[in-house]
Design a protein around this ligand. Structure first.
Ligand SMILES: C[S@@+](CC[C@H](N)C(=O)[O-])C[C@H]1O[C@@H](n2cnc3c(N)ncnc32)[C@H](O)[C@@H]1O
Length: 268
């Protein structure tokens, strides 16, 4: 490469050294620094103020019921270590911590410090000091390979996978830090199979989630993204195929509330 460049162009020596420097810099960067596409990060830093209230309003409090089911799946088999990935304001991990036995270590990770601040405050208020909160990126988690028996993710799998060019990096990291036979538990919006419910759901997303959510939160863009990504998100079968192609050996999907949400358990 060096000789070819230098022989072809008179000023190519400097180009070659520039190219070399660029390569060395790229090699010394860690995974998260290489990721340039993080437009959602700013959005999540802006919404924590009314995030919990809006979750309750736009799901008509159904999210609490769905979360309870996800926690039950995460705690199945009495795990030694569990992680709530993309914990946000901590709604899932607080439930996990309140229900584990004393031996289980409980971890939560998110890349938004404002979201984590709210989560830590809520944990302190409830006396759930055992949760280890980490400010980090799902693309490059600070955990050893095969650390956790279960990883739960609440309403963020869509963010990591829907039109996200780093989707495979996230799935690879999740698979890496999960123990063999461990459970990856996803609670996420889904696609209702019934035609009528599908039309109603889409109308609801457009009018209430994008419109009302945007107005109450003061962040129209964030709630427009939420509505659009939920409307176009994968079907249960597409989620299953995605997880199987990421290496999981078994995927179980349970439809919730007519299919507007889904609980997926993938076994490593
Ligand atoms: C829609 S919120 C869900 C929060 C929470 N899990 C819940 O159940 O309400 C998505 C969260 O994922 C976090 N997030 C998105 N991409 C992330 C990434 N690559 N690494 C870490 N956190 C991420 C955001 O900061 C945000 O807090």
């Amino acid at each position: 490469m060096k000789h070819l460049l230098i022989n072809l162009f008179p000023s190519s020596k400097s180009i070659y050294y520039l190219w070399l420097l660029l390569n060395i810099t790229m090699d010394t960067m860690d995974q998260s620094e290489k990721r340039k596409w993080r437009p959602l990060e700013r959005m999540f830093n802006e919404v924590p103020g009314r995030y919990d209230l809006l979750n309750r309003i736009i799901t008509l409090r159904l999210d609490e019921r769905w979360r309870k089911k996800a926690v039950r799946e995460c705690l199945d088999g009495n795990p030694d270590s569990i992680l709530d990935l993309c914990t946000g304001t901590g709604d899932l991990v607080l439930r996990m911590a309140a229900n584990v036995n004393g031996e289980t270590s409980v971890h939560a990770l998110d890349y938004s410090e404002p979201m984590l601040k709210v989560a830590r405050k809520k944990a302190d208020k409830k006396g759930l000091g055992k949760i280890e909160f980490v400010h980090g990126d799902a693309a490059d988690m600070p955990y050893e390979t095969e650390t956790h028996d279960a990883i739960g993710i609440g309403f963020a799998f869509r963010n990591l996978t829907y039109k996200n060019p780093d989707r495979d990096i996230f799935l690879g990291e999740i698979y890496r830090v999960l123990k063999t036979d461990g459970r990856f538990v996803i609670i996420e919006s889904s696609q209702p199979s019934g035609k009528v419910l599908k039309v109603l759901f889409r109308f609801y997303l457009r009018v209430f989630v994008a419109g009302l959510g945007g107005m109450i939160s003061g962040h129209m863009g964030a709630y427009r993204y939420l509505a659009a990504s939920a409307r176009n998100f994968y079907t249960p079968d597409e989620v299953r195929k995605l997880l199987l192609s990421a290496g999981f050996k078994k995927v179980i999907h349970k439809s919730l509330s007519g299919g507007i949400a889904g609980l997926t358990v993938a076994i490593k």
